[in-house]
Design a protein. Structure first.
Length: 48
């Protein structure tokens, strides 16, 4: 069952922090996470 549109996407804060740090440092190494409930955002594309 998909998430309600009015709620918007969900991304765990610790995962979002890792992604932003990797983007700022121009680091292309894979980010390991166990957060299955997080949605893949456009910033995450190309990091793995």
């Amino acid at each position: 069952m998909p998430r309600s549109i009015k709620k918007g996407p969900f991304i765990d804060l610790h995962l979002e922090k890792k992604v932003l740090e990797a983007v700022e440092a121009n680091n292309k190494r894979p980010i390991q996470t166990w957060s299955r409930r997080s949605m893949i955002s456009p910033e995450m594309i190309g990091l793995t």
